[in-house]
Design a protein around this ligand. Structure first.
Ligand code: NAP
Length: 537
């Protein structure tokens, strides 16, 4: 017989970990299923060379535990993956989380059983569990995709996807290495591998607008100051549009004279982190001319940094403006292309025809390698849901339901899938994800508590509320230049069948507004979730 829990959580990344802490506080029996061998989610899987935070470390940690904030010292302004992973292990140790987490346990299916109002969860090994609540903590960027290139499995050398990187160190000395993909992951990988590889060949399909990260160590004195500033820092994160410390300049680009504008951009380009993307003039992502102006500024920076003008032009995006895709943060990325051991292959010009036993064949050359690194990204946001066979009332498949884009209420639930709640799912404000996670988990915990306290067996939004929220999310995307560009942020992945059409898969209003709407729904007594049954007196 299947073992029963009050709640099952899928995933032991940051959201699953915090959710477990909160469900324990409610006294609920909880089991977390995690495919990996330890906690950490994104920071467990993505251990590729050069992986690190692109956001200020101290703004990207848990804020709910004062003692944790008081005792954990960060070493770099943008922490490398091993530092973040040891932080998350420290959290798991502190809260003794692992006793409720079942590792090496990939969930295959989750079927709602109407008679009992429970979920039947089946793992890949065939074992079965049931629960009253099902909480998904599967992550927006956790379903890695290999490129749909003929012969991708034929390569006889060593190959890795960046999100399935081995736990043992990989040496590049003396090796001929290829990297396919130049998103945020590819950029971090390339600049690191170029340091030691005998040769590095980068296969670029679409260049991205990258900006300097300007990372540096945190001195003990700085750490003291950062710690003293935590209350103000987290308060600020709750007030900004996307919960980052950066916030747009409250002026439009052309309200400011050209000379002054250039000075602002120069300062932003020479400041650490996302400032140039998220702390720029407020119309940058809405006004085409404003966007063209900042794009030209950054293009000139690339031209200055890359010695060969032909290579420089190849590295400058031509099909989308600055900031309309997630800006990869870099550390001497452009200078890598000045090195003798590095070659850029523009695969729009000379497409890859196939991967074969010895390497990669393009339309005009055969390149042989020892190692191929696939930095080809993820089936984002809905992909990790699609990989599990979720079935709701009447056996409805979530995968079918979301075929043309997700439909949710508040980004945390959908109709016909009762008692299933989502953490960092589609249609919610992403931004600084740990800040969203904390709010999201606390909100879900509030709803679960309400249902338990009031003995409500089935919580579920109505089809009308889901439609309204989905339409609202879509309307917020109108006029936003980012939704006119193919990227994971618009649900496009050339390697996944049926994902070639842009959709609105994330909430593009402000995070404070999203939180306000969620808080109001809670203050109404979660009525939208409980309309099918009377609220207990
Ligand atoms: P990505 O942004 O989706 O980039 C995937 C890259 O692979 C793109 O350059 C894409 O080219 C290329 N590609 C995909 N399929 C291909 C194919 N069949 N042939 C040739 N090229 C192909 O994925 P990512 O770089 O892993 O980043 C995803 C997100 O993860 C980021 O945007 C960011 O939000 C997050 N991330 C965060 C950090 C951090 O905070 N430190 C670091 C890394 C990633 P096209 O552009 O032409 O599709």
């Amino acid at each position: 017989m299947a073992q029963h829990f009050d709640a099952i959580v899928i995933g032991a990344g940051m959201s699953g970990m915090y959710q477990l802490i909160k469900l324990r506080e409610l006294g609920l029996s909880t089991r977390v299923f995690e495919a990996g061998t330890n906690v950490g989610g994104t920071w467990y899987w993505n251990r590729y060379p050069g992986a690190r935070f692109d956001s200020e470390t101290y703004s990207y940690q848990f804020s709910f535990d004062k003692e944790l904030l008081e005792t954990w010292d960060w070493k770099e302004h943008f922490a490398p993956q091993p530092e973040t992973l040891s932080y998350l292990n420290h959290v798991a140790d502190k809260y003794d989380l692992r006793r409720d987490i079942q590792f090496r346990s990939r969930v295959k299916s989750a079927h709602y059983q109407e008679k009992t109002n429970t979920w039947l969860v089946t793992l890949e090994d065939g074992s079965e569990y049931t629960s009253h609540f099902l909480i998904t903590a599967v992550g927006p960027l956790s379903a890695p995709t290999m490129p749909a290139i003929p012969g991708v499995k034929d390569f006889k050398g060593t190959s890795y996807h960046t999100a399935n990187w081995p736990h043992e160190p990989v040496k590049f000395e003396g090796k001929r290495v290829a990297v396919i993909g130049t998103g945020a992951t590819g950029v971090q990988t390339i600049q690191e591998v170029a340091k030691t590889a005998k040769t590095l060949t980068v296969f670029q399909r679409t260049p991205n607008w990258c900006a300097p990260l300007l990372n540096r160590p945190i001195t003990p004195e700085e750490m003291k100051e950062i710690r003293a500033g935590y209350p103000a820092l987290f308060q600020r994160c709750m007030e900004t549009f996307s919960c980052f410390i950066h916030t747009p300049i409250q002026k439009n680009t052309f309200e400011v004279p050209k000379e002054e504008r250039e000075k602002v951009w120069e300062e932003l380009y020479n400041s650490p982190g996302f400032g140039i993307w998220l702390g720029n003039f407020k119309d940058m992502l809405m006004d085409r001319e404003a966007n063209a102006a900042i794009s030209e500024f950054v293009a000139n920076k690339i031209r200055q940094r890359v010695k060969d003008p032909v290579t420089a032009e190849k590295l400058i995006p031509k099909n989308h403006g600055f900031g309309t895709r997630r800006v990869p943060m870099e550390t001497k990325y452009y200078e890598v292309y000045n090195q003798d051991n590095v070659k850029l292959v523009d695969i729009k010009e000379t497409p890859i025809e196939c991967i074969n036993a010895t390497g990669i064949k393009t339309s005009n050359a055969q390149y042989d390698f020892d190692i191929i690194i696939f930095a080809t990204g993820f089936d984002a946001i809905t992909g990790s849901f699609d990989r599990i066979d979720f079935r709701g009332v009447g056996g409805e498949k979530l995968r079918d339901r979301w075929r043309y884009g997700p439909e949710t209420y508040l980004g945390m639930s959908t109709n016909n899938f009762p008692n299933m709640l989502m953490l960092v799912g589609p249609h919610m404000a992403l931004g600084n994800i740990p800040r969203t996670i904390e709010f999201n988990v606390e909100w879900v915990t509030g709803l679960v508590k309400f249902a338990v306290d009031n003995k409500i067996d089935r919580i579920e939004p109505s089809a009308e509320d889901v439609q309204k929220w989905t339409d609202h999310v879509k309307s917020l995307g109108e006029g936003n230049l980012a939704f006119e560009v193919d990227s994971w942020m618009t649900g496009v992945n050339s390697n996944v069948e049926g994902k070639q059409v842009r959709i609105i898969n994330r909430y593009s209003g402000s995070a404070p507004e999203w939180r306000r709407l969620c808080t109001e729904a809670a203050a109404r007594g979660y009525t939208e979730f409980c309309r099918k049954m009377p609220v207990a007196a």
